[in-house]
Design a protein around this ligand. Sequence first.
Ligand code: SAH
Ligand code: SF4
Length: 355
Amino acid sequence: MQSIYDYQLDELKEKVKPAFRAKQIYNWIYKKYVTSYEEMKNIPKDLKEQLNENFSLDILKIIKKEQSSDGSIKYLFELQDGHTIETVLLLMRNKKISEDGNIERSEQYTVCISTQVGCKVGCTFCLTAKGGFVRNLTAGEIVAQIVQLKRDNEIAENKSLNIVYMGMGEPLDNYDNLIQAIKIFSNEEGLCIATKRQTISTSGISTKIKKLGDEDLGIQLAISLHAVDDQLRTELIPMNKAYNIASIIEAVKNFPVDVRKKVMFEYLVIKDKNDDLKSAEKLVKMLSGIKAKVNLIYFNPYPGTSYQRPTRENMVRFQQYLISKGLMCTIRESKGLDISAACGQLKEKEANGNS
Ligand code: SAH
Ligand code: SF4
């Protein structure tokens, strides 16, 4: 059965008559986060019945939830066919001193969502890869993750949030459903999450980066680069054989980037693999001419991996080098480390039964 979350507003207008009802339904699901058609007070009974028969509404079940000391919350959802995916709600607390000396605090939500059950790319450092690929998420399953989180955390309908497509799966490998979800998210009658607040993280399918760029959606791009030479990158991301570094850089150079924005390059740092200054030097050269910022990520070890977490000294040394060359560079403090930070790790814990 199709889900009500699968449709853009205009498509829903084609499905339910009279068309103005579509907007009311959108309002109930995206602003009030209802879990049943019964709750839609201004919708006539016969239409509610029709909706019930044709479109599923409650498509994600929360089966596990872990709260970290830093405020982030990781969810394990069960899909209707029994498979599971992860979604993480991150809370960024900002402190700013205003001109009159007052401390201004603000909170910003970012949601990290999944696009597939498993992943085909097979990165050797990633737990999601270990389970292989199961299936693409539908657009509705991508969208419902945000609705569930907003509902469960009672986040006001007009509170803006950011989306990062950095959970399980390779977003560009589920291209059509991804684009559909992006459009549903950004609709002003719905969740109203502007495309500039949405960041797609990709392991680098260059042909799809080009296609995405051509759509000119105003979306933000993050590239999981992780290595500066093809040999190491292929070891880490086997798909690099088909889409090598040069092809990715070329695709990024042609990607439309907002004047005030940059393309993010994610660099997973693994001890003794890519944490040396030579790599940093190469990275600077590689990114010259690109409006880039770099995000260094600590490798997060898990049982059975031979890769190791880098030292803090090497992380900082790498960062300082990039900054000294004028590149913007942040270190991703493993948010939610105590709740198994990286993608795939909550799911793995559940499978092993050791929560
Ligand atoms: N498939 C896409 C999007 C999500 S991957 C991509 O690869 O870009 C999820 C994120 O988790 C990526 O940023 C990846 O670098 C990170 N990740 C995966 N395994 C990790 C690990 N063991 N430690 C730290 N980060 C990890
Ligand atoms: Fe897939 Fe991303 Fe994990 Fe690589 S890092 S296996 S692309 S989810």
